[in-house]
Ligand binder design. Structure first.
Ligand SMILES: [Zn+2]
Length: 295
């Protein structure tokens, strides 16, 4: 456990809180806790002697009866490296929320105890969230895939801590890479506004002109269907963008009903559901943090 990152207690977290008068060093904690009864589910104890906090793991004689004597104590985070954070907005069952609280409220501490929503107490040791870059194009605003991913992470009890890294490009900026007197956009509804040049909308099946399509491969296919040829194009599909070295979540116009796993990245359909995004994050976690599990 000493070398693992992102150590968080699992479901039915088994975290008890105790206030003590003894020293919070290993010897003091052993002297206090060994032989004392602990509840059947208790596996960890957050030990408080304000302003000090320590986190210990305990073993018991048995986990059968309702209570059993503690037989061993392991100090997971000692007071100098441990912080206690109160924040009623943090759902302590969600590792991402625990890590975020730790890094924003107690940066530099190895062990961070969080007293969060519902008054529940949990902790994280050595927070090091998995960085997931989310590639998206706007408008519409807010960037949909980024926003959906954030909403999934807010309730993701099953995932390791994730840090969302938005990588959002504006359609107008993509368009300006290919100056034209006439642009063709996929539809009017998206809220895109390109100043100056005449703009047409593919979903209105306008008269063919010499335009530059600002769209994805699927739009290009529709163009070919309508006009019998492909258009000059700026491909806006986020899948086509270089990804860098992070775990990557992006979307593609050509995927309709399934997600696609491709090395260290996962691609979801353009109109992905929250369930598909959860599935994608699960696949990324399996790829990038294969050994992570709650303790
Ligand atoms: Zn695509």
């Amino acid at each position: 456990m000493a070398t693992a990152r992102n150590v968080v207690p699992g479901a039915y977290r088994g975290v008890a809180v105790a206030s003590v008068d003894c020293g919070l060093d290993e010897a003091g904690l052993r002297g206090h806790f060994i032989g004392r009864e602990a509840y059947r589910r208790t596996r960890f104890i957050v030990v408080r002697k304000p302003p000090q906090t320590a986190i210990i793991a305990v073993q018991k004689e048995s986990s059968e009866p309702l209570f059993a004597p503690i037989t061993a104590v392991q100090l997971l985070a000692e007071p100098t490296e441990c912080a206690y954070v109160e924040d009623p907005d943090v759902d302590t069952a969600v590792p991402t929320a625990l890590a975020r609280a730790a890094l924003t409220r107690a940066n530099g501490k190895r062990g961070v105890v969080v007293e969060g929503r519902y008054g529940h107490v949990s902790f994280i040791i050595d927070p090091a969230p998995l960085r997931v870059r989310v590639q998206e194009v706007v408008p519409p605003y807010p960037a949909k895939l980024v926003d959906q991913t954030r909403r999934v992470l807010d309730t993701a009890e099953h995932l390791p801590p994730v840090e969302l890294v938005p990588d959002v490009v504006e359609l107008e900026r993509l368009a300006s890479s290919r100056p034209s007197t006439s642009y063709l956009l996929p539809c009017r509804g998206g809220g895109v506004c390109i100043d100056g040049p005449a703009t047409s909308y593919l979903d209105e099946r306008p008269e063919r002109r010499a335009w530059t399509l600002i769209g994805c491969e699927r739009s290009q296919q529709i163009h070919e269907w309508f006009y019998g040829e492909r258009a000059e194009q700026v491909d806006v599909c986020p899948r086509q963008r270089p990804g860098g070295t992070d775990a990557l979540l992006t979307k593609c116009c050509l995927l309709e009903s399934h997600i696609d796993t491709d090395g260290g990245r996962v691609i979801v359909p353009w109109g992905a559901s929250l369930a598909q995004i959860s599935e994608a994050l699960t696949a990324l976690a399996r790829e990038w943090e294969p050994t992570w599990a709650p303790v």
